[in-house]
Write a protein that binds this ligand. Structure first.
Ligand code: NAP
Length: 308
């Protein structure tokens, strides 16, 4: 029987582990299918406070992991296969292990949707990004592409126009899912060029470890063309990693966990932190902050259970 299990080993989960460890709760962190979360998929992080010269995302995560270990956190590899939150102790199983816990912190994150190209995965952090706020600054004076036709794509294109020499907004249809006001704002921006209806069929050049161009395919005529760009922002949405909790925890229409009074979910003793419950801010520092909140909330909950 454990006091607290934390699902997810990104910024939110590891911060929760540091706090829970320091509260002597001997947390277990289940790594998940993307250990380290989104920070482990990025290169330089320049907006996490405390690092005036920036820090590499994987190094930041590694430091947090060591810090959590120092306070007694145990790490278990693997993703969640089954969860039973119908009564306490909660039951959690991965393919290899099963656990029982009095309190649970869910920090399983949200994964950026990807187009599905091999080059996209290989070049992430090397010209391909899923976060304009994080990486926009690196593309000062450069021509880039933003892929997507929703509000995120419009917002990111508008934000990136502050840095880039030109933003090519590439969308597979000529109609937009984004709200009219966001489309109008992007259209009024003379640094943004709309390219529709185009799919991105390839990103080059993996052999040079950087982005030189994208191959666009007109989805109506199937004609292809090359667009020289130095960066590609994939802005086609995120998927919260909440499948295992469907039917057990309250979620919004996009599958994000709903929290109230800090980090509490609708099941007492189950807390949520980081991107799994936040599709608005999605920053490392806000994820860390909410991980801290979840650990403090879990500690308080356990204290009340034990009458201390
Ligand atoms: P979204 O609304 O689901 O839009 C995703 C876009 O990506 C769609 O245009 C879609 O094309 C395209 N897409 C999906 N898969 C693709 C693929 N494999 N290849 C190429 N294109 C692909 O996602 P979102 O823009 O991230 O927005 C999510 C939610 O957050 C929405 O409710 C949105 O309103 C909200 N949001 C609001 C704001 C704001 O108000 N400030 C800002 C950001 C997000 P199709 O249209 O062809 O399917």
């Amino acid at each position: 029987m454990n006091d607290v299990i934390i699902i997810g080993s990104g910024c939110a989960g590891l911060t929760a582990a540091i706090y829970a460890g320091r509260a002597n709760l001997k947390p277990i962190v289940i790594d998940g299918f993307e250990p380290g979360g989104q920070l482990s998929l990025t290169t330089m992080v320049e907006n996490f406070p405390g690092f005036p010269d920036g820090i590499l995302g994987p190094d930041l995560i590694e430091n947090m992991r060591k810090q959590a270990e120092r306070f007694g956190t145990e790490f278990k590899a693997g993703a969640i296969a089954e969860v039973d939150l119908s009564k306490r102790p909660f039951k959690i199983a991965t393919a290899k292990d099963s656990f029982e816990t009095r309190a649970l912190i869910i920090a399983s994150g949200a994964s950026a949707r990807m187009i599905g190209l091999d080059a996209e995965r290989k070049l992430i952090g090397y010209g391909v990004s899923t976060c304009a706020t994080c990486d926009g600054y690196f593309f000062r004076g450069k021509e880039i592409a933003v892929v997507g036709g929703g509000d995120t794509a419009m917002e990111e294109a508008t934000f990136l126009s502050k840095f880039a020499s030109r933003v090519n907004l590439v969308h597979r249809r000529s109609e937009f899912r984004a709200s009219k006001i966001m489309v109008d704002r992007a259209r009024a921006n003379d640094k943004i060029r709309f390219l529709t209806p185009f799919a991105v069929d390839e990103i080059s050049d993996v052999t040079k470890n950087g982005v030189e161009n994208v191959t666009l395919r007109n989805t109506q005529t199937n004609e292809t063309s090359i667009l020289p760009v130095e960066g590609v922002f994939i802005a086609i949405g995120h998927e919260p990693n909440t499948k295992a909790f469907r039917g057990q925890l309250d979620m919004d229409e996009n599958g994000y966990l709903i929290t109230h009074d800090g980090s509490q979910t609708n099941v007492p003793g189950v807390f949520a932190a980081g991107d799994v419950q936040d599709h608005h801010y999605r920053q490392a520092v806000t994820a860390a902050g909410s991980g801290c909140m979840a650990a403090i909330d879990a500690e308080k909950f356990l204290g009340a259970l034990k009458g201390v």
